[in-house]
Design a protein. Structure first.
Length: 198
């Protein structure tokens, strides 16, 4: 079954007709002259320009050739913007958090710098699923009955409906990459158990 047309798609298609009319007039071409060049009937061209006829690839390709413009200019395809994410650090509970994703919803990526002072566990639960990767330092992860110390290069993933907390071991700051998503899945941890104090 075909996906329903999005509002954005409908808006782009609605602008094709006026763009075709503007291009034709700029070139000083009549509908009859354009029909002769493209092999598309005058009535079809007129309906395309007025928005009564939905533009299709079969119609747009000969029109792009006739107007000597790229196809994406006819449909007004947006330019690819700068893909870099502008990091805006936020300070929360002593940690510095930088969002690495633009759009809300779905999987979110964060870089966190957690200070040594954030070392007392305060377990929480919420809907979702989290993946952590330690970039530098040592991360303490308390998850249900597990109390783990993770070093740089180690990763953990877990269902956030389990009681959990992560922070510094108390000796130095820790840098962490975090991916958080809405789905709840089984936990997988690759880390060494925390050694008991002697």
């Amino acid at each position: 079954m075909a996906n329903p047309e999005s509002d954005d798609d409908a808006q782009v298609l609605a602008l094709v007709g006026p763009r075709l009319r503007e291009l034709r007039k700029k070139r000083g071409t009549t509908l009859a002259g354009l029909a002769e060049t493209t092999g598309i009937s005058v009535s079809t061209l007129s309906r395309l320009e007025s928005g009564e006829r939905r533009p299709t690839l079969e119609l747009l390709l000969p029109l792009a050739r006739a107007h000597q413009v790229p196809l994406d200019e006819l449909v007004g395809a947006p330019e690819v913007g700068d893909p870099r994410v502008r990091l805006k650090p936020v300070h929360r509970h002593g940690a510095t958090i930088m969002a690495l994703t633009h759009n809300p919803g779905g999987v979110q990526a964060f870089k966190m710098i957690i200070p040594p002072e954030r070392c007392e566990p305060d377990l929480r639960t919420h809907e979702g699923y989290e993946w952590l990767y330690v970039l530098a330092g040592e991360l303490r992860l308390v998850l249900a009955d597990h109390d783990l110390v993770m070093k740089a290069g180690e990763a953990a993933e877990f269902d956030t409906r389990l009681p959990h907390w992560f922070g510094s071991t108390g000796t130095a700051p820790v840098e962490v990459l975090s991916l958080f998503g809405p789905q709840g899945e089984r936990m997988h941890v690759r880390a060494q158990p925390r050694r008991a104090a002697t």
